[in-house]
Design a protein around this ligand. Sequence first.
Ligand code: IMO
Ligand code: MG
Length: 420
Amino acid sequence: MKIDVVLGLQWGDEGKGKIVDVLAGRYPAVARFQGGPNAGHSLHFDGKSFVVRSIPSGIFREGSENIVGNGVVLDPVTFREECENIIKTTGIDPKQKLVVSKKAHLILPTHRLLDAAQEAAAGKGKIGSTLKGIGPTYTDKVGRHGLRVGDVLTADFADRFARLKARHAKEIANLGYECDINAGEQEWMDAIEYLKQFRLVDCEYFVNKWLDEKPMLAEGAQGSLLDVDYGSYPFVTSSSTTVGGVCTGLGVAPSRVGHVFGIFKAYCTRVGSGPFPTELFDETGEKIRQIGHEFGAVTGRPRRCGWLDLVALKYVVMIDGVTDLIMMKSDCLDDFDTIKVCTSYKVNGVETDQVPFDISAEIEPVYTEFKGWKQDLSGIRQEKDLPKAFTDYVKFMEDYIGVPVKIISLGPDREATIER
Ligand code: IMO
Ligand code: MG
């Protein structure tokens, strides 16, 4: 059986939680393969809202199995908070339906402090990190001195924790950052005991045995434009958010991968720093922000907003091998006279349809304009009821990118979804 994949195709916050929730009903298992609590996936059903950060969005579906893969970085404290919140609000006990890879790396309290210290030291060049300790934890993983979930079961865990903490203390002091190096440690140790109650597994065996019999859905976090290799480096996250991350983050071969669902919003948003060619600084940007409620689910920061960038979208569709496009939040553009999409860039005055290497290059977006449909789409549930101005706009995108738009989402609720 195949592992199908859901990926965000922009800078995160495309609406992955909603789509995984809609699709999760069709898959008996959902896995996270990268990222950590920097993610905030919002789900809305039965009149309630939920935000998950490290736990797969499949957790709310009856009978589902959920996997936190080895490519994830896990903060036991936020993990525990999330679990306890799910128990409180839904009665679902994640212990019954969630396994955690022994090879996933642990976010220590000092990784968070180090994240803050590095951002403070970077001044104007800061990444705009979510300050969840993501970058420092992946740095330790690649630097070969990280702590993994499976280590919590070993006799010398406390010593290894102390060694890594001491290393971090030195780095933080070198950066001249003042803080309480012991902050949050007791709570973290308690959360480790909580984590030990879960099924800690060899995820690669678990996933491959599962796929011998049943399908699975992989849930991406962040977005392809934040990928550590293909995003606007260094203004990226520290994991592989593109399709290759599924293979390394779960231990599956590329031949196991089936559909790649690529999610994008009908406009663009970005939190944190870094290039954003179609960013709007005027009232149109503000209008998108208000209508789309574009404020961070994790940090509450107002998101930067702009028109849809098809040059960037086509680039990541190529890297991810997207088979099915999923368009979110089209209803947020109901009230615009003119809708723009960027179809090429002028880089230092020269027109191109490629994303440039140099992130300091002056990029001027070249737009194709569409007449707005000026109609409330949010109540529409059937494709035949969509206005022609809207379907023309979708057709244009499909032709430009060369991949069909299979799902159109017209609101946050599970039900506000049209499949084509
Ligand atoms: P979901 O899964 C949007 C951004 C941060 C920052 C950069 C690096 O909800 O779509 P990090 O904390 O990862 O070191 O920050 O990446 N970022 C996200 N932006 N949605 C996310 O996740 C993000 N996760 C990280 O704002 O610019
Ligand atoms: Mg988010």
